[in-house]
Structure formats: structure tokens, C-alpha cells
Design a protein around this ligand. Structure first.
Ligand SMILES: [Zn+2]
Ligand SMILES: [Zn+2]
Length: 134
């Protein structure tokens, strides 16, 4: 990949966001430094960065793609309460287990977990406790 200042800014924006920004969130960030940049350019560069394993694309069914600067192995859970993408850290890479399956040759996977993020889980617990108190 040839060096591109715009792409560097985009990469920085992903690195600095604490979470999993969408292309649109990255665009809002980069636009402050590069007012002429378009959303299409941001999206194209994010795709290129993901293809070159410099960032990770997180596919969220029914929502825009999210992007992640954490390349260390982990999976993603979507919070059904607030829609946030949460990192989960399996002890063993799932790919290892899939690759060991007999009778098939598994080369990749897209996995989406659903659940509640700590904030939403907390809220639900509190509501339950309140309901129990009556
Ligand atoms: Zn949540
Ligand atoms: Zn992540």
C-alpha cells in the first residue's frame, strides 16, 4: 500500500476511538482535520486497511460495519440493549477448533454473539431487584 495522508488520518481515528467506530463515526472524526474528505473515501480506505490487516472489520447484521484497531485475537458480541459492540476473549481461538472438525475443510468464519454489555446487564439486574422488592 502506498502511503496516503488521508489513510493515516483514518487509521489514527480508528486507533484513538475507544470502541468499534462505524465508517460514519470515523468520517465525523477525520473531517475535523480534513474538511474536504468524503464518506466514500473514508469507507474505501477503511476497507483497504482491513484488507491489509491493519484494522479489523466487524460485520454487524442489520447495521453498518464497525472497525476495530485491536488485532489481538478476540470475538465480538452485540449488546441487544444498546447496540454496542463488546469485545469477548475466548481462551482458545475458535478457528483452531473449526479447523479440527472432521470431514470438512473450514477456512474462515464470521461469528456474531448476542448478549448484554456490562452497563445494560447492570441495569437489568437493578430492575429485577427493584421488581422483587415490589
Ligand atoms: Zn448495552
Ligand atoms: Zn474488538
Amino acid at each position: 500500500m502506498k502511503y496516503s495522508r488521508q489513510r493515516e488520518l483514518i487509521r489514527e481515528a480508528v486507533n484513538q476511538s475507544n470502541g468499534h467506530p462505524t465508517a460514519d463515526a470515523v468520517y465525523q472524526q477525520v473531517r475535523q482535520k480534513e474538511p474536504t474528505i468524503s464518506l466514500a473515501t473514508v469507507y474505501r480506505n477503511l476497507s483497504q486497511l482491513a484488507e491489509n490487516n491493519m484494522i479489523r472489520r466487524v460485520v454487524v447484521p442489520g447495521d453498518s460495519d464497525h472497525f476495530d484497531c485491536t488485532m489481538e485475537y478476540h470475538e465480538h458480541m452485540i449488546c441487544t440493549g444498546c447496540g454496542k459492540v463488546v469485545d469477548v476473549w475466548p481462551e482458545r481461538p475458535l478457528a483452531e477448533q473449526f479447523r479440527a472438525l472432521p470431514g470438512v475443510c473450514c477456512t474462515g468464519y464470521e461469528l456474531v454473539l448476542y448478549g448484554l454489555c456490562p452497563t445494560c446487564a447492570d441495569q437489568e439486574n437493578r430492575q429485577k431487584t427493584q421488581a422483587e422488592k415490589g
